[in-house]
Design a protein around this ligand. Structure first.
Ligand SMILES: CC(C)(COP(=O)(O)OP(=O)(O)OC[C@H]1O[C@@H](n2cnc3c(N)ncnc32)[C@H](O)[C@@H]1OP(=O)(O)O)[C@@H](O)C(=O)NCCC(=O)NCCS
Length: 169
């Protein structure tokens, strides 16, 4: 699996912030399942929402490879009281199919476990996905379909370590 470092986007500066913004702005629905300007506005909106965080995932060479966010509300998808919504998962086109998506999910589950340890109780992570590659990725990491809500998947992250989560963290 790829080795990536997570950096909150709010802490990116200089050329790295410019590279992140340019990458997001250039996204298209067809290739990235995101409209660049719309996604940039979504990230900016969540940057001002208390508790929400968007990360950039950076490889050993300093290149931004991926992004993902943990938020309370993603459009119509609302986090449970004890949980978060995983949203905005995206891997740069040229870097897909190399284990970067898996590295992002593993890191996010590690972050969820850290939060669960902090509050000493299990936390739920929910997400919405319709892309088959994304659904396979999430299922491989333990997410299950929410029978009551089409395209919604969830996973309970407990304070204890599990073999499918943050072993590499
Ligand atoms: C969905 C997405 C995040 C997956 O990211 P990714 O980096 O391609 O994910 P991975 O590389 O970990 O896994 C993808 C596939 O590559 C395979 N793979 C991983 N490493 C590999 C390697 N070294 N060699 C060959 N194949 C590899 C995985 O087994 C997986 O196969 P599958 O699709 O048959 O299940 C990415 O395609 C993306 O950004 N898509 C556009 C945005 C999107 O749809 N986001 C999801 C929103 S819910």
């Amino acid at each position: 699996m790829a080795r990536l470092t997570a950096q909150p986007v709010a802490q990116l500066a200089g050329v790295q912030r410019d590279a992140f913004d340019a990458w997001i702005a250039g996204m298209t629905i067809v290739e990235d399942h995101e409209d660049g300007p719309g996604f940039a506005a979504w990230i900016a909106e969540h940057a001002t929402t208390a508790g929400d965080v968007t990360w950039a995932f950076i490889d050993d060479g300093g290149s931004i490879v991926a992004t993902a966010s943990l938020v309370r509300i993603d459009r119509e998808l609302v986090a449970p009281a004890d949980g978060w919504v995983l949203a905005g998962v995206n891997v740069a086109r040229a870097r897909r199919g190399q284990g970067n998506g898996a590295a992002v999910v593993v890191w996010i589950l590690g972050e969820m476990r850290r939060r669960a340890v902090e509050v000493q109780r299990p936390l739920v992570v929910r997400l919405q996905a319709d892309d088959p590659t994304a659904i396979r990725l999430y299922r491989r990491h333990g997410f299950v379909a929410d029978d009551a809500h089409p395209m919604v998947y969830w996973l309970l992250v407990t304070p204890e370590r599990h073999n499918h989560d943050d072993a590499d963290r």
